[in-house]
Write a protein that binds this ligand. Structure first.
Ligand code: LGS
Length: 491
């Protein structure tokens, strides 16, 4: 067999943590150690008990793609999934709520599906009974299809804000007595990117990009504002947004590479984090877009600025930025929206890290530490906020072709976790960065959006060909358990 460049990178083992006495018990007892999922990717039951279709149901049906009709059947098997969480020793579970399951038509004045609310209410009760803290994402991309139909080809961004806040209110009213950790939106930039792809590059305009970014920010901020005014005083929880950033480092010290790296970071992260933390967009965005259109009105800025209680971070990988393509100027609308054309994964032919499943992350744990330092300086220290790693994980190349007994021996995933967790812990102990939680993506193999079932991030195998969607723990699940058992102080 030909050897891949990956083979030359040695695998790490958990010993880099559990063999290091200086790391024993360094995390506080209340550190959130979790597994994460998202409703559309795991639930199935796409039209069960009054659920309305979501935009992904329709998109996948219309385009004949792998769909979420059954996904991995967590709508039916949630009790089993709680047993897995228990087995893996997590103290927190991050999951999302399906908007069209609790409000099938989606709009502010549309009816509530009580059966949908009951599903999540039972889930929350059962988690709490097992001593597992729910960490709930309000929106992980499954917009009710009805809203899209009502407002145009894709949902009208302005109206979406009102419908979104009304949907969030319903959740605070019905679950907020027991749920104390809320994430408004998961990865707004990726949600936007999926719309770019669906709308097709040639019809995606700067005005659309601005409209989506601003409406997602406003949906987040007005939800936080509502929570703070009406629910937080009595419920006492916290609320924040989850932003994703693949870190980007310049491939050399040329000004062009440095600028390209910053542009990419601004695009992925800064366009949401800077408004929330600093009350303005990054400079590179003012250069790219019409300032008068980009800026919020003063009343809107007042709601957006400061609209976070904590920083939610999804992080998977690091890339090099090359100066060759230069800044985003002159790039196609699609590339600009994706912010990808400046990213490469190799320097002089040497890969930046072990390559994962095609189109998915490289294992580059050193980039994680650099990213955490960047975030600390720019957002955490000035605000005093804590950071939760709300997703981190790895899809092993070729894992989908393996039988269960081989897939469970997920050495490359364990190596990824060992490296990334060690960097996060060192960022805490050595750099003083206030990391309050770590959530592995994902509790189980699931529907990976456009990759369908061909990309697996789970710490549990799911056999979708078996009638009961048999779940089998992978080695990484127990490795994580040992690692956090070692890291979290006993008293
Ligand atoms: O399943 C998604 C995971 C898997 O990988 C989850 O729903 C999302 O929140 C999140 O975006 N997820 C994810 N992101 C990493 C994607 C890395 C893409 C690298 C692109 C290289 C060209």
């Amino acid at each position: 067999m030909s050897s891949l460049p990956n083979d030359s990178i040695p695998l790490l083992t958990e010993d880099i943590i559990t063999g290091d006495p200086s790391l024993k018990g360094v995390l506080p007892r209340d550190f959130a150690y979790a597994a994460s999922t998202a409703s559309f990717q795991i639930e199935g039951g796409w039209d069960a008990d009054g659920k309305g279709p979501g935009i992904w149901d329709v998109y996948m049906h219309d385009n004949n793609l792998a769909n979420g009709d059954e996904a991995v059947s967590s709508y039916h098997l949630w009790r089993e999934d709680i047993k897995l969480l228990k087995l893996y020793g997590v103290n927190t579970y991050r999951f999302s709520i399906s908007w069209p399951r609790v409000k099938p038509l989606g709009g502010k004045d549309d009816p509530v599906n009580e059966k949908g609310i009951e599903y999540y209410s039972n889930l929350v009760d059962a988690l709490l009974a097992e001593g597992i803290t729910p960490f709930v994402t309000i929106f992980h991309w499954d917009t009710p299809y009805e809203l899209q139909k009502r407002y145009g080809e894709f949902e009208c961004p302005d109206q979406l804000v009102y419908d979104f806040v009304a949907y969030a209110r319903l959740l605070f009213e019905r679950l907020g007595d027991r749920v104390r950790n809320w994430i408004t939106i998961n990865e707004p930039v990726i949600y936007e990117m999926f719309h770019v792809m669906a709308i097709k590059a040639d019809r995606w305009t700067d005005d659309m990009a601005i409209a989506y970014t601003k409406s997602l920010l406003l949906a987040h901020a007005r939800t936080v504002d509502l929570y703070r005014r009406e629910f937080q005083p009595t419920q006492g929880g916290q609320i924040g947004i989850t932003l994703n950033i693949d870190f980007v480092v310049p491939i050399d010290d040329s000004p062009a590479a440095i600028e390209a790296a910053q542009d990419a970071i601004d695009h992925m992260l800064g366009q949401f984090a800077d408004p929330i933390y600093h009350g303005h967009f990054p400079e590179s965005m003012y250069k790219r877009f019409d300032r008068t259109k980009l800026d919020f009105a003063p009343e809107e800025w007042a709601v957006v600025k400061g609209s976070n209680d904590f920083f939610g971070l999804n992080h998977y990988s690091t890339f090099y930025a090359t100066g060759e393509v230069g800044s985003l100027e002159g790039a196609s609308a699609r590339d600009r929206a994706l912010g990808l054309q400046v990213r490469v994964a190799e320097k002089d032919g040497v890969p930046i890290g072990r390559r994962g499943e095609r189109g998915h992350p490289y294992d580059v744990s050193w980039g994680f530490r650099l990213l955490l330092q960047y975030l600390d300086k720019r957002y955490l220290k000035p605000s005093g906020h804590q950071l939760y790693v709300t997703e981190n994980g790895y899809a092993i190349e070729g894992e989908t072709k393996l039988a269960t007994e081989d897939a469970v021996q997920d050495k490359a995933r364990q190596s990824y976790y060992a490296g990334y967790i060690r960097e996060a812990v060192l960022a805490r102990t050595e750099d003083g960065i206030d990391i309050a939680g770590y959530m592995a993506w994902s509790l189980m193999d699931n529907l990976e959006w456009l990759q369908g079932y061909n990309s697996r991030f789970g710490i549990t195998c799911v056999d979708r060909s078996s009638p009961d969607f048999t779940r089998t723990p992978k080695e990484s699940a127990f490795m994580l358990k040992r690692v956090f058992n070692y890291l979290i102080a006993k008293e």
